[in-house]
Design a binder for this molecule. Structure first.
Ligand code: ADP
Length: 412
């Protein structure tokens, strides 16, 4: 009866005029009453200008869907909205990218096949659900689905919102962290077990054997050194990871740095019968001096150790179109192609026993890779089994414009 309240003044005016006309005898009382009834009826059925035009039912659903779709398009995760029968009503672009073909009006089971999620959709009528599930094909993906029911307004129908979160990267890094801790513990336990064994032997059966004592103490020293190197490498890796996003800015003379490292490795090279040949052109780079020393040390030491049979290691520094390069080439057995992509993984070795015998930790090339990445550079490895190996560290020259580092990264 809101129309009656809003039309009360015109109706009162009409009643006043009609009463005056009846009083003047120009209209009979029944005619006056009839005229007022007609005006009253016309007021009741006439469209009111101030009232909003009612939404057409079909148009309303469409508009609502568009509004919902616009809101969902701003969300970073895949989201689907289902009607009360479990049919898809709205979904966002992320959902299409994650699940492939989805059609409005089709049952959710056409788009999402994981039984855990379909069960969660059924159970969401009593309480919101969260389930973890894995998609095996085309690649393994871990996802978490949150399913909850809602209504847009108190009288409206029930909608089910299915929001997905991709946990694949998180699980992968958790697994890698787990593997890393297991590997590191294993690497430390091996020399430790050997040390304990020798200590027991020296305390027991070899107590008074001078020759055995000398021999065992030498082995124990080597094992303790390996443990200490391993701990140094682990700490260096975690320090470099902590500052991975901070690019070092000091200017370093690469040729002078490499000459110093090669000199310090001459005793090892002589011991192994390897000649280190240097070809050093002037090249200054932007970097952290200590970290670049680790890069040169690891590459040249590996070439001497693993390429010993070649009898020669070429070390070059030059400045090319791509940036400053440190190239370390050996003529040893090289690396078979199937191992090449994995050499920079932590603890990856072609031959674990050989690496351990040579005092390796399995972390050298991982360190090199991380240091170069932090410098905006990269490492390339070329090798053919039986024909030696070439390790090239590419770095940003000191006088490079700001975008050269980005180019190096993009190319890697
Ligand atoms: P490690 O401490 O075992 O030397 P690195 O990360 O430095 O660890 O190297 C990983 C593995 O790469 C080595 O164990 C070895 O198998 C292989 N490798 C590295 N450099 C060379 C090389 N110059 N020639 C052949 N194999 C190499």
């Amino acid at each position: 009866m809101a129309w009656l309240a809003s039309a009360r003044w015109p109706l009162l005016a009409t009643a006043f005029v009609l009463a005056s006309v009846v009083a003047a005898g120009r209209l009979g009382p029944w005619e006056g009453l009839l005229a007022f009834a007609v005006v009253l009826l016309a007021t009741a059925v006439a469209p009111r200008a101030s009232a909003p035009a009612p939404r057409e039912v079909g148009g309303g659903v469409k508009a609502l869907r568009e509004e919902l779709s616009a809101i969902l398009s701003g969300l970073p995760d895949p989201v689907l909205v289902l009607d009360r029968r479990g049919f898809v009503t709205v979904f966002n672009e992320r959902a299409r990218a994650a699940l492939g073909e989805i059609r409005i009006g089709e049952p959710v089971s056409f788009a999402l096949r994981a039984p855990e999620v379909l069960e969660a959709v059924r159970a969401a009528s009593s309480a919101p659900q969260t389930v973890l599930y894995v998609e095996r094909a085309p690649v393994e993906r871990w996802r978490e689905a949150h399913v909850a029911q809602t209504r847009l307004s108190p009288g409206a129908g029930v909608l089910t919102v299915v929001a997905l979160r991709d946990l694949t990267e998180q699980r992968r890094s958790e697994r890698m962290r787990g593997d890393f801790v297991a590997n590191a513990s294993h690497e430390l336990r091996t020399p430790l077990a050997s040390l304990l064994g020798f200590i027991e032997t020296l305390q027991g059966p070899a107590k008074n054997d001078v020759a055995a004592r000398e021999k065992f103490l030498e082995i124990m020293r080597a094992q303790a050194n390996r443990m200490s190197r391993l701990i140094d490498d682990l700490l260096s890796l975690s320090r470099i990871e902590l500052k991975a996003h901070v690019k070092p800015r000091s200017v370093v003379d690469l040729a002078e740095l490499v000459r110093g490292v090669a000199d310090s490795l001459q005793p090892l090279a002589r011991e192994r019968g390897v000649e280190i040949a240097l070809t050093l052109a002037q090249a200054s780079v932007r970097g952290d001096r200590d970290e670049l020393i680790r890069v040169a040390e690891n590459l040249i030491e590996n070439a001497v150790k693993y390429g010993q049979s070649g009898g020669r290691v070429d070390v070059g520094v030059d400045l090319g179109a791509e940036g400053a390069r440190l190239v370390v080439r050996d003529y040893g057995p090289g690396v078979a192609p199937e191992h090449l992509p994995r050499l920079t993984e932590r603890f990856y070795r072609v031959d674990v026993g050989d690496s351990r015998d040579k005092g390796g930790t399995g972390l050298g090339l991982a360190l090199v890779k991380h240091i170069l990445q932090r410098h905006g550079g990269r490492l390339t490895i070329e090798s053919a089994a039986g024909d030696g190996a070439t390790f090239t560290a590419l770095l940003e020259p000191a006088d490079a414009p700001a975008n050269v580092g980005q180019d190096l990264k993009r190319a890697s």
